[in-house]
Design a binder for this molecule. Sequence first.
Ligand SMILES: [Zn+2]
Length: 261
Amino acid sequence: MEIIVLIFIFVFGAIVGSFLNVVILRKNTGESIIWDSSHCFSCGKNLKPRDLVPIFSFVFSRGRCRYCGSKISWQYPAVEALTGVLALGVYLKYLPLQYSTFDMAVWAWLMSLFYFAAFSALLLVAVYDYKRKIIDTHFIIIFSVCAVVPWIFWHQPNLSDFVSSFLIAAFFYLMWRLSDGRWMGRGDANLALPLALFLGWPLNIMMLLASFWLGGIAGIFLLLFKNSKFGLKSEIPFGPFLALGAVIVWYASSFFESFFW
Ligand SMILES: [Zn+2]
């Protein structure tokens, strides 16, 4: 029974992921996110429902348009699978089905849905930054609105949360100013603040460390497997590492709590 639930949660996440793909794709292009039907970029043919099944359509068409044979970006199945994994991860953290009392179960479902929404917004920030090298302000606002919710319901912030978060944001802001945008972008500072406030002290400093570790590891990989796309000088957007660092630290927070305090 449990495995069916897990599959259902993953499929739910993947369907949300296919919507996130549309948002990323059509942001700032003038196309409506809701009203324009999906079509192939090469031949313009409108896609049928069987072309729009998350992950499966891509796999069965071997990553090509069924009508004109042009290649489809691997971003689509990747975002769908990532969102599915995100949904699974949040579900497994709260396990809303384990509660026998109604109140507790509702509470756990709400928490799960909330965190899934917040991280989906973060995924939008990360993928858009990866693609366009811009941290989109609208996506940050969506995340920030989500980030305020835990303050209201289950985690009143204290002074150390605020002070540490503003220091972390100031650190990014300084890196941006000192490097003229070569090490960090302005958007990274804008993203770091709501992320740090969302996690609170001391998880926010762990997010900082984790994101630099992840960015460093990715940088070493790029040096080892240098290809034409990422030269030494070319900038790697930092937003995805911040987002990933935040999610990892959040996910592992109960682990940290049991070990450090
Ligand atoms: Zn086509």
